[in-house]
Design a protein around this ligand. Structure first.
Ligand code: KIV
Ligand code: ZN
Length: 444
């Protein structure tokens, strides 16, 4: 551990983000087809890319990074196919990533010819480690890479795209989290001096953690500091791009929004380099569970998951928040008892208020949201094994067979089931429970 140094804090005593509450969804950018794809063992084929693109559009993402066209024929041809096949809805902007080299910029802009709305996203590394070790370049030389690159993007966009495309620009100082704040600001200001943002001419300044090394509060402080100090702020879209190396990408994104980020970049289910990009499903559903419309349709989470698993050829873990197979399931007796009581109370409260259960304010112990809101049934909420108790078994009989067992019978029958699970191990299905119930109480 002595080889690792603590991450510094930001001198921002009047920070405002800790007292903020998120009341509105940010703009989202999905980078599944770029940052996500570049981290896959088996990168997406054109067909898998198209399936992912169509899914993202269907879910409601309006900004989609579709590739790194100068990296090779697959990405270039994919961008061309989206444009030539008219696959991009009018309200969707595609975005493509490039490094700041002239030949790469030219090729990148060529890929966009004929696109209705497109953004070129240029990045270069600005952090001290990269300046010293990778580029062996001074601060001014690194800044010049960003400004020259911006100028070239503008020139090629004018020459190749003309007025045919509503054209936008995004700049990222890579490894922003490690870059000295005043220097990050200086580079972003220099880029803006070239792009000249103004009325009807936004610039997206994307501030990536790249490799998440700080605690989320430090990232939030840096976002608030930049957001306060950038000139022409009203024409700037401040974008957060967390990764998840410390397992806190979601927290970084949420605090970044509180700190003033207008937009968040990430991937479905946290796909992406190393430990992944920010998980768009997790942050979107966190907003949903606080009563904030994420503007993304998560109502069939299993279908989203199946499609993402197919496109990425990678499974979503069983404990993935909101989407994993087990995340609305309780095995333990005390949890099951509380859940059963919670459902009973919810039904009674809804009836008393004269509203359908689906419209009543949610509040069932151990269930942060109504599983039905993401297209799940209640069947998996309670599953029975040796850890389970009377409440869970009674819930299964009520849910599947409309049988409301009296309390003493619940206790008696749960002992019978527990003897079976203790002896046999594993789980008993609702069908097994019903068969035992019939043997015990309904002999033919
Ligand atoms: O994580 C990162 O820094 C990136 C940049 C290319 C924006 O993905
Ligand atoms: Zn990234």
């Amino acid at each position: 551990f002595h080889r690792y140094v603590p991450f510094g804090t930001v001198d921002l005593p009047d920070r405002t983000w800790p007292s903020k509450v998120i009341t509105q969804a940010p703009r989202w950018l999905s980078t599944d087809l770029r940052d996500g794809n570049q981290a896959l063992i088996d990168p997406m084929s054109p067909a898998r890319k198209r399936k992912m693109f169509d899914l993202l559009v269907k879910l409601g993402y309006k900004e989609i990074e579709v590739g790194f066209p100068s990296s090779g024929a697959t990405d270039f041809n994919f961008v061309r196919s989206l444009i030539e096949e008219g696959a991009i809805p009018e309200d969707v902007t595609i975005s493509v990533l490039t490094q700041a080299r002239e030949d790469l910029i030219e090729r990148t802009v060529e890929s966009l010819k004929g696109a209705p709305r497109a953004t070129v996203h240029l990045y270069n590394a600005t952090s001290p480690l990269f300046r010293r070790v990778v580029f062996k370049a001074s601060k001014d030389e690194i800044k010049a890479i960003a400004t020259d690159g911006t100028r070239l993007v503008m020139e090629y966009a004018e020459k190749i795209l003309g007025d045919e495309t509503v054209f936008g620009y995004e700049y990222s100082p890579e490894i922003f989290i490690d870059t000295e704040l005043d220097y990050a600001l200086e580079v972003c200001e220099a880029v803006m001096d070239v792009w000249q943002p103004g009325e009807g001419r936004e610039i997206i300044l994307n501030l990536p953690t790249t490799v998440e090394r700080s605690t989320p509060n430090v990232y939030a402080d840096k976002i608030e500091w930049m957001s306060r100090n950038l000139s022409r702020r009203q024409f700037v879209c401040v974008s957060a791009h967390p990764h998840n190396d410390r397992g806190t990408g979601v927290a970084s994104a949420e605090l970044a929004i509180m700190a003033g980020a207008d937009r968040v970049e990430g991937c479905l289910f946290g796909q992406g380099e190393r430990t992944g990009n920010l998980d768009l499903v997790n942050v979107g559903m966190n907003l949903f569970s606080q009563g904030v419309d994420p503007m993304i349709d998560f109502s069939d989470i299993d279908e989203i998951r199946r499609t993402a698993e197919y496109c990425n050829q990678m499974p979503v873990p069983e404990r993935h928040p909101y989407a994993g197979d087990l995340v609305f399931t309780s095995f333990s007796g005390s949890h099951q008892d509380a859940i059963k009581k919670g459902f009973d109370a919810l039904e009674a409260d809804a009836a008393a208020a004269g509203v359908p259960v689906a419209d009543h304010t949610w509040g069932v112990p151990y269930l942060p949201i109504d599983p039905k809101d993401v297209g799940r049934s209640y069947e998996a909420v309670i599953r029975v094994n040796s850890q389970s108790g009377k409440g869970g078994i009674a819930y299964v009989l009520k849910n599947d067979h409309k049988l409301d067992l009296p309390r003493r019978m619940q206790i008696e029958f749960s002992k019978i089931i527990q003897a079976k699970t203790d002896a046999e191990g594993g789980e008993v299905t609702p069908g097994d429970i019903w068969a035992v119930f019939q043997d015990e109480y309904l002999p033919t």
